[in-house]
Design a binder for this molecule. Structure first.
Ligand code: ZN
Ligand code: ZN
Length: 303
């Protein structure tokens, strides 16, 4: 029998109407506190989007309780093993949207969204030359790992995707569009937006990279590098078919690296990829200016 990991990490979302979401967020926070789980859960009128860690018992209790609620009975949980908590704190926040797109006219993925492809269907579709694979995540997520041949949209955050699509209309139209993100929640909205804008062949990876990585038929095939995650692990392996290759590059020297660090100048704290050598050499700084600040701080603290 396989050894049971002491902790589990859950990733889940559902677009479903939540009445008085602010009150529900308060109740949900109390409930999570009583269980002892940690993580980040966003609750909006349009649904729930969460990731949390807890002991196996706590995670099971959370899933069980959520399934008792008719709104979440069919919610999919992506479950990972862990040795300990991967979050320091617990946040349960009421929000306007569970992923912020800020559209003038909001959109409900239950009514309009791209075709949901199962992992094996997505893999088959990617092999066709006449498709456009769109990574619907942030630039720093793309940089540490992505599907082979996926385009890296020139956006700073999710809100800029609609504008990006408008600018690249000529490239996208008449093509089969394959969109993907970490767990699927961002694609539901973005692909819905594309459909509403008149694109005709819009598809999305059901369950995102995480489900694709775990699926026995795909095992992460054609994914290069690691998947960025929003917890203390920072990135996880995806491709169990061909192995993980390093696609990230050290910000300073350009050598292959998938080590994300935060600039040690606390007033900067920028996240960047940095190899071990440059980490030591630059005192984990993102720039000459920040290095200077850190050196001065070190001199002061040894005075
Ligand atoms: Zn380096
Ligand atoms: Zn810096």
């Amino acid at each position: 029998m396989k050894n049971q990991s002491p902790y589990k990490i859950l990733l889940y979302y559902k677009y479903v109407h939540i009445d008085d979401h602010e009150t529900y967020a308060k109740i949900h926070l109390k409930f999570c506190e009583s269980l002892g789980v940690k993580g980040r859960i966003l609750i909006a009128e349009e649904g729930i989007n969460g990731t949390l860690s807890g002991t196996t018992e706590q995670a099971n209790a959370y899933i069980y309780a959520m399934r008792m609620d008719p709104r979440f009975t069919d919610m999919t949980f992506k479950i990972d093993d862990a040795e300990e908590h991967v979050f320091k704190k617990l946040y349960v926040r009421p929000k306007k949207e569970i992923v912020t797109m800020n559209l003038e006219k909001d959109l409900d993925p239950n009514h309009i969204t791209g075709k949901r492809l199962k992992p094996a269907e997505f893999l088959e579709a990617m092999k066709d030359d006449n498709v456009i694979i769109v990574d619907v995540r942030n630039d720093y997520e793309y940089d540490i790992g992505h599907f082979r041949n996926a385009i890296r949209p020139d956006v700073k955050n999710f809100k800029q995707f609609p504008e990006w699509a408008r600018k690249n209309k000529d490239m996208l139209k008449d093509k089969k569009i394959l969109a993907y993100c970490t767990g699927g929640v961002r694609c539901e909205k973005f692909s819905g937006y594309l459909v509403r804008e008149g694109f005709t062949d819009v598809n999305q990876l059901k369950g995102g990279i995480i489900a694709y990585s775990k699926h026995p038929e795909t095992k992460g095939s054609m994914f290069e590098g690691k998947c960025y995650v929003f917890d203390e692990r920072i990135a996880v392996d995806v491709n169990f078919a061909e192995g993980t290759k390093v696609v990230g590059k050290c910000f300073h020297c350009g050598e292959p690296s998938d080590r994300y660090v935060n600039c040690a100048n606390l007033s900067c704290h920028t996240q960047f990829l940095c190899c071990e050598k440059c980490d030591e050499k630059t005192l984990r700084s993102c720039s000459k200016e920040c290095e200077e600040v850190i050196r001065n701080y070190q001199i002061q603290s040894t005075d």
